[in-house]
Write a protein that binds this ligand. Sequence first.
Ligand code: GDD
Ligand code: MN
Length: 378
Amino acid sequence: MNEILRPTTESSPAVVAGLPVLSVVVPTFNERDNVIKLFEKLEATLKGIAWEVVYVDDNSPDGTWDVVRELARRDGRVRCIRRIGRRGLSGACIEGILASCAPYAAVMDADLQHDETQLPKMLSLLQNGAAELVVGSRYIEGGSADSFNKQRASASAFATEVAKRVLGVAVADPMSGFFMIRRDRFEQLAPQLSTQGFKILLDIVATAHGKLKTVEIPYRFGSRLHGESKLDSMVALDFLGLVLAKLTNDAVSLRFLLFAMVGGTGLFVHLGTLFIALRVFELPFAEAQASGALVAMTSNFILNNFLTYRDQRLKGFAILRGLIAFYLVCSVGLFANVGVAFSVYDQEPIWWLAGAAGALMGVVWNYAMSGLFVWRKR
Ligand code: GDD
Ligand code: MN
């Protein structure tokens, strides 16, 4: 190995340069009033520890990245990753951890709801080998989440219960957004983690299948300093998707599940339109069937744009371009569907088997091609 790349001895250049031992990764979206305050708090609490903070900002409209960049110009311990055309808490955290090289990485929110004074304790638990993952927990003795309103508290408790029972997760607070992990362990799991949604800790714990030595420490989940929460009712859907994906051992991705679910609603839209076209407008069958298909494709497109691809939602003129591309993709998908159904029926004349094979072919085709041509990653 190259001498320069091996920072093993005390006098090696890496140690002299003071490489961080701890990377604190902070996902941000519209947090411009909080990021400096958080930095000052980290500075105060991490005295004597070589640390750095990586803010991962999804191109916030309020210009959070600009404030962080300015901070980074004054202090080398600060870095900013500005992601364009992407949204998502989990993906931001994953990217932030992978962009750093400290042996330990913490994830915490920017709004000061997490208690940064716990970080030194979390770090020493990892350093002395007592744990590979330390979770800041609201649901063990000494922890609390009194800042939650009733509705949020019961939603959180329900999701926690589902996660524990369905995924067999043994952590008391798998929904926590506050944790610290050993880098090598994280790097092993990273390729299997979902970048969509916000339940990164639950994903890590479920993916590790109990093989991650975990310690929970209590903390008080405080109130947000400035701004407002980004978690809306849609996160319930993300959560459901993650649970299903983990249950099927990642055979089906979150996005594919949503896409297929939307496709299922399309069937009802199609039949409903067909019925109205035949009965109310008294159209001939072929025209009625064509209108059914058109309306179903349009509603599928709208739903996918709002749910399945909400992190890459098309806006403005791009909606029209996307809709036309979606019509084209689905039309070809229909040929694939019918083609496969025919050839299966040819071999084995079982109508439902042939029909299902065709439908599966159609949804897989539509999904793959939509990802390429409609909601392509910018
Ligand atoms: N980069 C990026 N992209 N950051 C995001 C995004 C996003 O799409 N959405 C939210 N964030 C950032 C916020 O700016 C904040 O720093 C942090 O992620 C948490 O978001 P909040 O909007 O403050 O979430 P919360 O307070 O409602 O939820 C917190 O508590 C939950 C526990 O009940 C989070 O920590 C959740 O992860 C946690 O599960
Ligand atoms: Mn918050």
